[in-house]
Design a protein around this ligand. Sequence first.
Ligand code: ADP
Ligand code: ASP
Ligand code: MG
Length: 416
Amino acid sequence: MSQQLVVMKFGGSSVANPERMGNVARRIIEKKRAGDKCVVVVSAMGDTTDDLIELSQKINPDPRAREMDLLMSAGEQISSALLAMAIQAEGEKASAFFAPQLGIRTDSTHTKARILDIDGTRLKKELENGSIAVCAGFQGLNAENDITTLGRGGSDTTAVALAVALNADVCEVYTDVDGIYTADPRVVPDARKIDRVYFDEMLELASLGAKVMMNRSIEVAKKYNVTLHVRSSLNGNVGSLIIKEDEDTMMERPIVRAVAADKDQARITAIDLPDVPGVAGRLFGSLAEANINVDMIVQSSSEMEIGKNDISFTVSSTDLKRTVERMKSIIRELGGGNVVFGDDVAKVSIVGVGMRSHAGVAAKMFQSLADAKINIEMISTSEIKVSCIINRAQADEAVRRIHASFELGQPAAAVA
Ligand code: ADP
Ligand code: ASP
Ligand code: MG
């Protein structure tokens, strides 16, 4: 008997209907009967979360975040109860839990809450009793005992955080693809499965639009060194391991590991701002106060007036309306300027730790976009990534071109 403590997370498509729920239940039972203790984290069934959001919009286009959290968390409450029932139907002991029973404490940033602490006492007791614990992902409780949610895709974070709190031996993330690919396999047909990917690379990829894992889950996994195994819920294939960089010095280190695209981007430009100290601080300080994450920032001298600046930046499309409102009021305070914005851009990025030691990678990416007649509006780089803002309608084509240009469909060439 293997006797490991395993956290198994199943995403929405893996439990989308009763048949899949039954398959997942049998998969969990197999592990339990092999001698493991199983803590299961489950997402809402199929598109439930999107459906709940759409429903709320029909009732109130600008709902309070506190009630949004209560509403959205219902999806996982349903799936956890049903999955426990599916396991019970197969003759195994299982108990379902939702936020108030899980001991997951978060801050109060509704719809984007961060986990502060987990009291695993109840779950440990359940495991001692030989039961399978089925936990609702994506949710927690704040200091007022209000339900919070962790941000879209947040069940991944629940799974990793529980793996840390319970000191699990393994954290397995079951999804509808059989691992991490060199690009979204729905966009690039010849994308290749990656056997191992480093935390830093996965963190970048997830933050840059590869929604296969939520970025915050990787942050937690990296911090506590939890190896993740991303695999398919539909077959038994070995998936991809997400690991610490120095754990495998022999592995291939391709210059570019993967390409990602984020279509949830909007561009804002403040034109003719006074060119005096403190302007950027005021502007971005105010956005930070409103919890708006600003991504790329480019400042340039105004084309129209001497002594004035233009500042362009990107935010996620969901924050566009709030950002524009804030910008208008700050510009009024600063005594000048104008705001223009567009919700028609995407960010395409390449990621790889091998880039650290290689020049010319960015130029190759820019050239492949140029060859496809795709205009680059903004650029940002770090040690291990290059990102370009382009027209959203060209995002898929850009990903395919870049993927082909770096030959990511071929087995990777190692880099020293
Ligand atoms: P789940 O419901 O299991 O959480 P998600 O829909 O959140 O699943 O994530 C899985 C999806 O992520 C895949 O269906 C795939 O289209 C997409 N994806 C994007 N980029 C990648 C990538 N680099 N590798 C694998 N999948 C990716
Ligand atoms: N159900 C939530 C979402 O759709 C959380 C998750 O799936 O991880 O974002
Ligand atoms: Mg997901």
